[in-house]
Design a protein around this ligand. Structure first.
Ligand code: NAG
Ligand code: NAG
Ligand code: NAG
Length: 486
């Protein structure tokens, strides 16, 4: 079943996005955005959690170096072979393609030998620090799905900070510190990700694991995304549902893996010894052959497709959402506040689709006399006053009658009978014979006056007739006036 879902989505994805290459579906069926199901109404789309494929994000970034002229080769200079102060006849020359080391070479294909790499100028100005910032910008929020891996051809730097921005480079925060001596370099105790736990996973650490200079064989530095995922999903990331459950509920955790930019701050090149060899400063420089950043466009679980168009990544938003990250509801779909979809598939999660705005449903004016508010509530219903019903709150429940809205009946033909020959007028009053009074004509008029059995009642008829006349007049007035009033 998941396979067929996958195939239909996959086909859709391939036709919509011609730029981003499809990758094997590592995240299983959670990647599926919608699926066609059969219901009594026929074939319909069922919407669920969705996100674009995880992919190689270095294809979509812009790189910026600070200082801008820090790349070697202009003017040409010679440098020493890695770790060898007596072989200093290697040349960097920006004007000769075979001898140039421009920044693009950090992101090209590294299947061949020798590796191609970016290289900085050498540390000629020692003891002034040799520092370089390499800023990678996507102009789009992305979510990291795998370790960031940086390969150094110059030995791993003695001091380095990986920083991240979540606001397109306006503000920056450290992601991880790297040093041969964390205490000395950053006044931090050395730690490794393995010292962390579910509760401390967001802690920013300084690690000495990757800074043993060029005396060892390894050239690689990691920022460990997967080890951090493993605190929730288990060592082999088998239980991704558990990770997704956490991501659904913990914004801080989601944000931890989210970036718009990364910055590699190279603070001190690999020295490999305690002292810098001042006679051979051409030994010291930075050289990076490869940077791996794998991730996906952040679309707030409202898109499966992210397109690269005009050098810009954009989510193809579904669920009637819009914006570069599908971060808001489309116009006329603001019937309830926007929220991200959830990682877990239905029924545990929800797609949180945007629903039509109240104002866009024309026919949604509720009867102003019968309803509490004159417009529908968030789910498109009129909320009726007591005794009132109907889609527009213009009908009365049994025992109530319309009289400037629904009012409880004073009299009716079922339960509340007018007595002593009285007749029920519009359910709001009984019209009583001359001799009777009370809401249901239940009392003798003379009782009320305290004059029953006395002679004065003999002379009463003219008065009684007058009262009847008045009542009739009132009836007529009410009878004609009420339709106008209603
Ligand atoms: C690198 O960026 C930091 C700010 O994050 C700044 O303080 C520093 O001066 C920059 N270094 C270089 C070499 O541009
Ligand atoms: C988005 O709105 C359109 C137009 O009202 C509707 O046909 C479609 O089903 C909506 N999509 C979702 C996912 O609710
Ligand atoms: C809107 O009113 C209906 C009917 O009273 C009710 O069932 C529904 O829960 C209400 N929806 C909201 C969002 O208040």
């Amino acid at each position: 079943m998941y396979l067929s879902r996958f195939l239909s989505i996959h086909a859709l994805w391939v036709t919509v996005s011609s730029v981003m290459q499809p990758y094997p579906l590592v995240w299983g069926h959670y990647d599926v955005c919608k699926t066609q199901i059969y219901t009594e109404e026929g074939k319909v789309w069922d919407y669920m959690a969705c996100q674009p494929e995880s992919t190689d994000m270095t294809k979509y970034l812009k790189v910026k170096l600070d200082p801008p002229d820090i790349t070697c080769g202009d003017p040409p200079e010679s440098f020493c072979a890695m770790g060898n102060p007596y072989m200093c006849n290697n040349e960097c020359d920006a004007s000769t393609p075979e001898l140039a080391h421009p920044p693009e070479l950090m992101f090209d294909f590294e299947g061949r030998h020798p590796s191609t790499f970016w290289q900085s100028a050498t540390w000629k100005e020692y003891p002034k620090p040799l520092q370089v910032n390499i800023t990678l910008s996507w102009s789009k929020t992305i979510e990291l799905t795998d370790n960031i891996v940086i390969t150094f051809e110059s030995g791993r730097p003695d001091q380095m900070i990986l920083e991240k921005s979540l606001d397109y480079g306006r503000t920056w925060q450290p992601y991880q510190y790297y040093a041969t001596d964390c205490l000395d370099a950053f006044h931090m105790d050395p730690k490794s990700v393995k010292d962390l736990s579910q509760h401390t996973v967001l802690e920013i650490i300084c690690t000495e694991e990757y800074s043993t200079g060029y005396t060892t064989n390894s050239k690689i530095i990691h920022f460990e995304i997967k080890d951090r995922f493993a605190f929730f999903a288990g060592p082999r990331l088998r239980n991704m549902a558990s990770l997704y459950g956490q991501l659904d509920t913990t914004k801080k955790l989601r944000d931890f893996f989210t970036v718009t930019d990364l910055r590699i701050r190279l603070l001190r090149p690999a020295v490999g010894e305690i002292f810098v060899d001042e006679l051979h400063l051409a030994r010291y420089f930075y050289a990076i052959s490869d940077i791996k950043v794998r991730g996906r466009c952040k679309c707030n679980l409202h898109a499966t497709v992210c397109v690269y168009d005009n050098s810009k990544l954009t989510c193809e938003c579904e669920h009637n959402t819009t914006g570069p990250d599908c971060g808001k509801c489309k116009k006329n779909y603001q019937g309830r506040p926007w929220s991200p979809g959830s990682y877990l598939p239905i029924p545990k999660g929800t797609a949180n689709t945007c629903i039509p705005s109240i104002s866009s449903i024309g026919k949604c004016y509720c009867n102003p006399l019968g309803s509490i508010h004159d417009r529908c509530n968030g789910s498109g219903f009129c909320e009726c006053k007591t005794g009132t019903t109907g889609p527009k709150c213009d009908e009365c429940l049994p025992g109530n009658s319309w009289h400037y809205g629904c009012q409880p009946n004073v009299c009716d033909n079922e339960l509340l009978h007018c007595q002593n020959g009285g007749t029920c007028h519009n359910n709001v009053r009984c019209l009583c014979p001359a001799a009777y009074t009370g809401i249901l004509c239940e009392k003798l008029r003379c009782e009320e006056a305290g004059s029953c059995g006395s002679d004065s009642s003999q002379g009463a008829p003219p008065q009684g007739s007058l009262a009847l006349l008045l009542l009739l007049l009132l009836t007529t007035l009410l009878g004609t006036a009420s339709p106008l009033l209603f």
